[in-house]
Design a protein around this ligand. Structure first.
Ligand code: C2E
Ligand code: CA
Ligand code: CA
Ligand code: CA
Length: 287
């Protein structure tokens, strides 16, 4: 099931408390769903942005949008507390739409005059399986005058492998519309290379579990290196996530990884903080 998949995914990211929390909160899932609906109505969801930097010249070329829930009583609720439920119930489709509307309405404020700046959005398998989703995207972006090329759609390997043929048709539609497509958490799922070759994607994101280990662990380093080579041989760009140290950033640049994302560069931040962060980053890097 999706919950089991998600739990497995989180375990790889060392959030070991997750499984037991999920079990204890299951009886409340109906009330969680109604709380989530209320959260959208009450404007409690927040877009956080995490920078993606080009290793060649330190330019801030993109940001990934990551959702947070500013609950009135709890602190900031992280996505692993509600995204799996939203995926299970299908409510994720409303959350994705909320996210895309929010980004489209603020997209122009994020642009600088020099370099084009992209924003990545995480899609779930439910979005890919919704026939009206490409039309929703087209209409929403047109409403705010945002070009499709300004958005990157991140899709996990497992979301694609739920129904690879259907996913492929949707991705072909989205690619033809001009969206940049990225395969998220690459290396943690079981997507076959045959599918990878057929999909109209532009980039691979090396999963952070490999990046974390790449300095100390030779097999992790080999996985990162092979993924970068594989991606390049297929004509794809590579983004490394979970870049936590300068040593990792340096090593990834040497391996030819185009973009890096992680705490070494910047954490996910509210949009206004992100803009201030970018100014400071550009200043301190002479950009
Ligand atoms: P993801 O798409 O793989 O996002 C990367 C996660 O790694 C984010 O966690 C990010 O904050 C975290 N991260 C980034 N750099 C580092 C680092 O250097 N070290 C460490 N330890 N972690 C780092 P976050 O924001 O908690 O999101 C977790 C997951 O929730 C995401 O994984 C994604 O699968 C899902 N998610 C978040 N926002 C959305 C959304 O709007 N829609 C959907 N469908 N899923 C979302
Ligand atoms: Ca992602
Ligand atoms: Ca990821
Ligand atoms: Ca992940």
């Amino acid at each position: 099931s999706q919950v089991a998949m998600y739990a497995a995914k989180q375990r790889t990211e060392d959030i070991t408390v997750y499984k037991s929390e999920l079990v204890t909160s299951t009886p409340d899932s109906l009330s969680l769903l109604s709380e989530l609906r209320q959260a959208v109505i009450n404007n409690e969801l927040r877009v956080y942005l995490q920078p993606k930097v080009a290793t060649a010249d330190n330019q801030v070329v993109a940001a990934e949008a990551l959702i947070r829930w500013q609950h009135p009583e709890k602190n900031l609720v992280p996505p692993f507390r509600f995204i799996p439920f939203a995926e299970q119930t299908g409510y994720i489709r409303e959350i994705t739409k909320w996210m895309i509307r929010s980004l489209a309405s603020q997209w122009h404020a994020l642009q600088t005059h020099d370099t084009p700046f992209r924003v990545s959005v995480n899609l779930s398998t439910r979005d890919l399986m919704t026939a009206s989703f490409p039309t929703f995207l087209e209409e929403t972006l047109a409403q705010y005058n945002v070009p499709a090329s300004g958005l990157c759609l991140e899709i996990t390997e497992s979301a694609i492998m739920d129904d690879p043929n259907f996913a492929q048709r949707t991705l072909e539609k989205l690619s033809a519309m001009g969206f940049r497509l990225s395969i998220d958490d690459f290396g943690t799922g079981y997507s076959s290379l045959a599918y990878l070759k057929r999909l109209p994607v532009n980039e691979l994101k090396v999963d952070q579990s490999f990046v974390f280990g790449m300095i100390e662990n030779n097999s992790d380093r080999m996985i990162v290196q092979s993924t970068i080579d594989l991606a390049h041989n297929l004509g794809l760009d590579v983004v490394a996530e979970g870049v936590e140290t300068g040593e990792m950033y340096q090593a990834l640049g040497e391996l030819g990884c185009e973009e890096a994302q992680g705490y070494f560069i910047g954490k996910p931040m509210p949009i206004d903080e992100f803009l201030a962060w970018r100014k400071e980053w550009n200043r301190s890097h002479g950009l």
